[in-house]
Design a protein. Structure first.
Lengths: 301, 273
């Protein structure tokens, strides 16, 4: 049995290795979700913390539980803003994921076909922007996309735009798409590259020898073989994009509706903790299915 | 090999990398702009860097961020390595499915949810928000990234070395520190670096879990950006980018060299045997 020979095999050590991260995650990742559900069932109150009821002791706990209500959830369905924000987030996430796939696939393909020695450098070059701050990378686009920004200046210099013409994409969804594709590109390229790099080139050579045109060979051989990478990349991008806050806030302006922004405003501007908790719970329910699929995918790797 | 580098592949790579790097390059270039208007080039100047040195609130925020980053990355590396060992070595124990769920879910969980839920936990247990709550929040998020990086290292790990040590009577703990840890060290180091930069970078979770006196650099930068684009922000950003780029390149050179040395040693050992 391999297990008895394990370096952490003595039962005390094994127990410690499992229990410490387990407890940490249970306390700081799992337990908060129960609290979020609890508070989403509470009422807003002018107090600190700003919600009712509070659990003081076990004797009054049942009274507190009986005060729970679904009011906040009813409120979410009554105000069309929230439903519109959820739908708009899903739509933006779906379109950006497809855009990411369209932009990321040729890059990953080019990387996988590059000479072996160059490949590691290319992987490094894709990862490097990912290490530099998300916030800073989004900020960099403000200066480029602003109406009086660098892209307008470039277009004017090239005489594509007249001297008075300005780019009108800052504070629109287009700017949000650009920001998302830019920020999430490494998350799409790396899984695609991992799948494409493993591919056996002789399959393509065989197809070519048998007279299959390159484009057809791509759709019949390369793309199906890269499918695990496509699925991993899409989920890795889609799920966090649905709840994205920084990009729509900085590039999308007031016209872009996304649920991450709504939650943030509800919490930091309106100080309505119970409603923001309800917003988070519903978002979580929407994302449970993709998250479970993503986890099964991860376990297989 | 070169016949594979068609014009299509080269174009895709050139355009792709231009897209990734030009915005960052522009940002850095304009941090040296004399003019206060971000889009007008007024000549080369380092005055925005000088003005940073006198901006006490930015310096304070940077100091908080570095302390949170160092502490949370170190905690996350210990916890994440343990989590990776658990997932790689112990295939069957009660609650394993839940554990692997708790390790993988934070990777994709929208930050607004993680941030809000952690804040509500801290409030519920009456934990004063500040330096420690941000550190705990970052540890919780980044340990999952460490676990994934270390686990990918463990998958390619040759277990026979450990087994040999154990057969020769080496105690399990000692075996871990003299055999396992050195072999997975590149993964552990990469995990620490990733955890540190993620902590340095995080705005959303830090905004939820922070309290008085613990303003991190991203929170500070975000509030400055909301007030408008200034060359001073470009200067802070450029310093951050420079520090991180240097760190990543240095780390990759070190791990590459270690890797090559190890391979050479292995080949030498095989040649002798």
């Amino acid at each position: 049995m391999a297990d008895t020979k394990d370096p952490t095999g003595s039962s005390k050590a094994k127990w410690l290795v499992v229990a410490v991260p387990y407890l940490w995650s249970a306390i700081f990742f799992l337990a908060p979700f129960f609290i979020i559900v609890k508070i989403s069932l509470s009422q807003t109150a002018i107090a600190m913390p700003p919600y009712m009821p509070q659990f003081k002791d076990l004797a009054t706990a049942w009274d507190a539980v009986r005060q729970f209500s679904l009011d906040n959830y009813v409120f979410l369905t009554e105000d069309p803003l929230y439903i519109a924000a959820y739908l708009s987030s899903l739509r933006i996430a779906l379109i950006s994921t497809l855009l990411l796939l369209a932009v990321g696939y040729p890059i990953a393909y080019g990387m996988a076909r590059a000479p072996k020695g160059v490949r590691n450098v290319l992987v490094m070059l894709v990862i490097l922007p990912f290490w530099t701050s998300f916030l800073i990378r989004v900020y960099a686009w403000i200066g480029i996309l602003k109406p009086e920004g660098l892209l307008t200046m470039l277009l004017q210099a090239l005489h594509i735009f007249g001297p008075d013409q300005q780019l009108k994409i800052f504070n629109t969804e287009t700017a949000v798409f650009i920001g998302i594709v830019y920020s999430y590109l490494p998350f799409m390229v790396l899984p695609l590259y991992a799948a494409l790099e493993k591919m056996d080139h002789t399959l393509l050579e065989a197809a070519a020898d048998l007279g299959c045109p390159p484009l057809q060979a791509f759709w019949k051989i390369t793309f199906p073989l890269s499918l695990p990478g496509v699925v991993a990349g899409c989920f890795l991008c889609f799920i966090p994009i649905v709840g994205e806050f920084v990009i729509p806030d900085l590039l999308g302006g007031s016209g872009t509706l996304m649920i991450g922004k709504t939650l943030w405003a509800e919490f930091f501007n309106n100080r309505d903790w119970p409603v923001s908790s309800a917003v988070a719970v519903v978002l979580l329910i929407i994302l449970v299915v993709p998250i479970v699929i993503f986890q099964n995918q991860q376990k297989k790797l | 090999m070169n016949k594979n580098l068609t014009w299509f592949n080269v174009t895709a790579l050139v355009l792709g990398f231009a897209f990734l790097y030009i915005p960052i390059l522009i940002l850095v270039i304009y941090s040296f702009n004399e003019s206060k208007l971000v889009t007008v080039w007024g000549g080369f100047s380092t005055k925005w860097y000088a003005s940073l040195a006198n901006n006490q609130s930015i310096l304070d925020a940077a100091w908080v961020t570095i302390r949170v980053g160092l502490l949370s990355a170190s905690l996350a590396t210990v916890l994440g390595t343990m989590a990776a060992l658990t997932l790689d070595r112990f295939k069957k124990f009660h609650g394993r499915a839940l554990f692997s769920g708790m390790v993988y879910a934070p990777l994709v969980m929208p930050e607004v949810i993680t941030g809000l839920s952690l804040l509500l936990l801290f409030v519920a247990i009456g934990f004063d928000r500040g330096f420690w709550t941000v550190t705990i929040a970052h540890t919780t998020l980044t340990m999952c990234f460490v676990a994934v990086v270390v686990q990918s290292r463990l998958v390619t790990f040759d277990r026979s070395l450990e087994e040999a040590a154990l057969d020769l009577g080496c105690p399990p703990f000692k075996t871990f520190f003299i055999i396992t840890l050195p072999l997975i060290l590149p993964g552990v180091v990469a995990g620490w670096m990733l955890a540190f930069t993620l902590s340095l970078d995080d705005l959303v979770i830090a905004s939820f879990s922070t309290g008085p006196g613990a303003t991190t650099l991203p929170i500070k930068i975000y509030s400055m950006v909301r007030l408008g684009v200034t060359p001073e922000i470009n200067a802070v950003s450029s310093i951050l980018i420079g520090v991180i780029a240097l760190g990543v390149v240095a780390a990759s050179i070190v791990t590459n060299r270690a890797e090559k040395e190890r391979e050479r040693a292995e080949r030498a050992a095989f040649a002798q045997g």
